[in-house]
Design a protein around this ligand. Structure first.
Ligand SMILES: [Zn+2]
Length: 380
């Protein structure tokens, strides 16, 4: 049975451990010690070195107690968004919030707490189970870098769950693919007061491009955003360089490609309209646009074994259950893109990425119960 007091104490302890992306060292030490106390060895990979962080991803392989039962992956991420320097959790009734100056970090420590509690219940209650791969990743909030640097060949499991989405008793089975856009607009430098006609303002070119661009929510499954802009040197210089970075996401790969091309073309068309002649030589604004796939689409069929497993687990417990789509990306997109059958189980986090973040402990308990039942059913 779920030990609510144990789960709450561990959750509160973990949210007090500050663990922004690349600085998950203390959190990793705490988790490695906990897993080792459960009798498994913990492997840290070299992802930390590759991303310049304090620790790599942690992998623990729990042996199964039922011969031939299929292995299952349980995954959550150790990092949180900022501000998270000194998290002071405040609990009233079943609800945990912060003092309003930081995030709570229930994203994703609610997921970690549910996994650890489920592992303890499996052991304490001697519930028969197959092999379990437990993976705690780094830098999910920093471009899914931990997952991207993890070698999925080290897993025994070919299917499983990432616990990293808001809500409870829900399974996210569809998520967008995402492209990153990195554009440099080249203009032509000139003195702004003496000879502006000999310059091409990269800021003006970029502005025209952006004004013509479809951004925000484009339809039910497609979004686009420009999030960073930098350029210019001084008010008295016609700026010769602006860099604009953004993204687009869609559940449809055709729409993703169409929107990516649209964003590129807005810059190219704007650049083509701007020219200047200096000493008899004609100059045109120029665009360097780089579009790269950030992560793949998450797409798990409703008939997939992992969905059927979670549906049955919820039914056995008398809990409501539904699958849904999300506009967000998670480690599940990366692992799904590498051939694992993996869905994202809601784990109780709420109002994430804000200082108003909160969890209801009952939701983490429900998530842990769902995990225990799913692992039990998975053993056949
Ligand atoms: Zn998360």
């Amino acid at each position: 049975m779920i030990n609510r007091a144990r789960l709450v104490a561990e959750f509160l302890e973990m949210v007090r451990i500050s663990s922004p992306s690349k600085r998950e060292g203390r959190m990793a030490k705490r988790l490695a010690a906990t897993l080792e106390e459960m009798g498994v060895s913990v492997e840290e990979d070299d992802a930390g070195r590759k991303v310049g962080g304090e620790t790599g991803n942690l992998l623990a392989r729990f042996p199964g107690t039922v011969p031939g039962a299929p292995p299952l992956l349980l995954c959550a991420h150790m990092d949180t968004v900022v501000p998270c320097e000194t998290v002071t959790p405040r609990m009233s009734g079943d609800v945990v919030k912060t003092d309003g100056t930081t995030v709570l970090g229930g994203d994703d420590k609610a997921g970690i707490a549910a996994i650890l509690e489920a592992l303890r219940v499996l052991r304490d209650d001697a519930i028969p189970h197959g092999p379990i791969d437990v993976l705690f990743t780094i830098c999910e909030e920093y471009g899914l870098l931990g997952a991207k640097h993890f070698d999925v060949g080290r897993l025994r499991a070919r299917s499983g769950l990432v616990l990293d989405v808001d809500g409870v008793s829900e399974l996210v089975t569809r998520g967008p693919a995402a492209n990153k856009l990195d554009v440099v607009v080249h203009g032509l430098e000139a003195h702004a007061g003496v000879c502006p006609e000999q310059g091409i303002s990269a800021i003006k070119v970029a502005s025209e491009a952006i004004a013509a661009m479809r951004l925000g929510r484009l339809d039910a499954e497609t979004t686009a955003n420009l999030g960073l802009i930098e350029g210019g040197l001084a008010t008295n210089i016609v700026p010769n360089r602006v860099r604009v970075r953004g993204e687009t996401r869609s559940l449809s790969l055709e729409k993703l490609e169409a929107q990516s091309q649209h964003m590129r073309e807005c810059f190219e068309h704007a650049a083509a309209r701007h020219r200047a002649t200096v000493a008899g030589r004609e100059h045109t604004a120029r665009v360097e646009a780089r579009i790269t796939r950030d992560y793949e689409r998450l797409e798990v069929r409703d008939e997939a074994p992992i969905v059927r497993l979670m549906t049955r687990a919820a039914a056995n417990l008398g809990k409501p259950f539904a699958t849904r789509a999300t506009g967000g990306g998670s480690d599940a997109n990366v692992f799904g893109g590498r051939g694992l059958e993996i869905a994202n189980l809601a784990c109780g986090m709420r109002e994430i990425h804000t200082v108003n973040e909160w969890v209801d402990v009952k939701d983490i308990v429900t998530t842990a119960e769902l995990l225990v039942e799913a692992v039990r059913l998975n053993a056949g």
